[in-house]
Design a binder for this molecule. Structure first.
Ligand SMILES: NC(=O)c1ccc[n+]([C@@H]2O[C@H](COP(=O)([O-])OP(=O)(O)OC[C@H]3O[C@@H](n4cnc5c(N)ncnc54)[C@H](OP(=O)(O)O)[C@@H]3O)[C@@H](O)[C@H]2O)c1
Length: 420
């Protein structure tokens, strides 16, 4: 087709019209903006439409012009699930806005009145199979080409993600850290093979929008051996450590964090360190360590006999921990150090896949990047062949639905280009 004929087609096309040229389908005019939009439609199915999933849909709508003008892309929602059900079928931007309003008002997807061209399905009592069937149907409607975006916190998405990662044309973007921090075999299938770079992205699973995974992948790409990674990967525990540093009793700073909504409803979910361990495990695996979650030494910030008691009783008993914590903070300060809750990866270059991951309280020099951290930001120090003394450092918000969704959206753009 000549350029002139293409231009004539673009300017005479109605909004949303597509044309097939050779093996490519082009969106001629998008819904957003007034100008011609020669964009490649990129279908995606969204698993989970809570805080991050809804922020992602809003970000997709808000980015229409930038994606069209800068990238020549237009993301098309092919399906969306929540715990109640799914909406399947291509949705207009107005239909997506209605869906978002319905979810924001506390509605369930299974109760949504379907927009034209879409159908609503109720989840079965076998959630993993239901999700898998939704993803298959979305793929089938788009010639087997679809990005599967996991914005749940569920392990039930795993079969669908594994199937997508093994299927030509399907790709995976995930904010959910569980699939990448479960069995090593699963990690290998999702992210281990060389081809996974064009198939799978999971940037927001560690440090929300901070480019932690991208940094690891670039270091690996440059064959720059990672020696050590130190990561303050919990905003909640960062807040607690800053309070301790300022001389506040451990119990009061934990209760303050809970009041501010920084902790999970049960603060042991943060203080136990497993969430930090999962994130650090993903980085350790990317650094080549062949570790399972059970191999990680995790130091919880409460006594073993406080692990199983009711939350209210746990909160009552918190002051029992104050003295020991204050002593550790004072001893650290006497040495010019501060306490940080760190996921610490050490690579043993002499043993292929060797090394260890320790998660817990660490004394770090006050003048180091980790030592200078205050409040709820996340921070990562990468010591590598090219950064042996002065580490490569990433610092910024490590949570928040907006930054997390931004990380997922950037993953989706990269995936769209990876198969262009
Ligand atoms: N929030 C953050 O700041 C942040 C930062 C970094 C990473 N992340 C990660 O991002 C993911 C999403 O977090 P979020 O804050 O958006 O959580 P959320 O608000 O609890 O949303 C989770 C969504 O998943 C849906 N869901 C649960 N089980 C499901 C199933 N079996 N099938 C389909 N959908 C299911 C929920 O459905 P209902 O709507 O029906 O409940 C909800 O829509 C998590 O993995 C989290 O660790 C979050």
């Amino acid at each position: 087709m000549s350029k002139l004929a293409l231009l004539a087609m673009i300017f005479s096309a109605p909004a949303g019209a597509c044309a097939t040229i050779g093996s490519s389908t082009l969106m001629l005019r998008g819904g957003a903006g007034d100008g011609p939009d020669v964009s490649r439609p990129v279908p995606f199915v969204l698993l989970g439409c809570g805080g991050v999933g809804a922020a992602l849909l809003n970000a997709v709508l808000d980015s229409r012009d930038v994606h069209a003008l800068t990238h020549g892309l237009r993301f098309e929602l092919a399906g969306v699930t929540d715990s109640s059900g799914a909406v399947i079928g291509q949705m207009s931007d107005d239909a997506v806005r209605s869906l978002l309003a319905h979810k924001e008002g506390g509605g369930r997807l299974c109760d949504l009145a379907p927009a034209s061209g879409a159908e609503v399905d109720r989840a079965t009592n076998a959630p993993a199979e239901f999700i898998q069937s939704v993803v298959r149907r979305c793929g089938e409607k788009h010639d087997g080409r679809c990005i599967v975006v996991d914005c749940t916190a569920s392990g039930d998405t795993l079969p669908a993600l594994l199937e997508a990662a093994a299927t030509d044309g399907m790709q995976v973007a995930s904010a959910n850290k569980k699939p990448f921090s479960s069995d090593l075999d699963v990690f290998d299938r999702l992210a281990g093979a060389p081809a996974s770079a064009s198939k799978t992205r999971f940037e927001s699973a560690v440090g929300a929008g901070l480019p932690a995974i991208a940094t690891m992948q670039r270091l690996r790409g440059a064959a720059d051996g990672v020696v050590r990674i130190g990561g303050a990967l919990s905003g909640t525990l960062g807040f607690v450590m800053s309070g301790l540093q300022d001389g506040e009793p451990f119990s009061s700073v934990v209760l303050k964090a809970k009041e501010l909504g920084y902790t999970e409803p049960d603060p042991r979910d943060d203080l136990g360190g497993v969430d930090v361990a999962r994130k650090a495990l993903i980085l350790a695996r990317l650094a080549g360590l062949r570790l399972e979650l059970d191999d990680v030494a995790i130091e919880p910030l409460f006594a073993a006999d406080m692990a199983e008691i009711p939350v209210a009783r746990f909160l009552e008993r918190l002051p029992e921990l104050d003295e020991a914590m204050a002593q550790r903070a004072t001893a650290a300060a006497d040495r010019g150090n501060v306490l940080r809750y760190v996921g610490s990866v050490r690579v043993d270059a002499a043993v292929p896949g060797g090394g260890k991951l320790v998660v817990g309280l660490e004394e770090v020099p006050l003048t180091s990047p980790l030592g200078s951290l205050r409040g709820s930001d996340n921070l990562l120090e990468f010591y590598t062949g090219w950064y042996p003394e002065s580490p490569l450092v990433l610092r910024g918000a490590g949570a928040g639905v907006g930054t997390t969704a931004a990380g997922v959206l950037a993953d989706m753009v990269e995936l769209a280009f990876a198969r262009a």
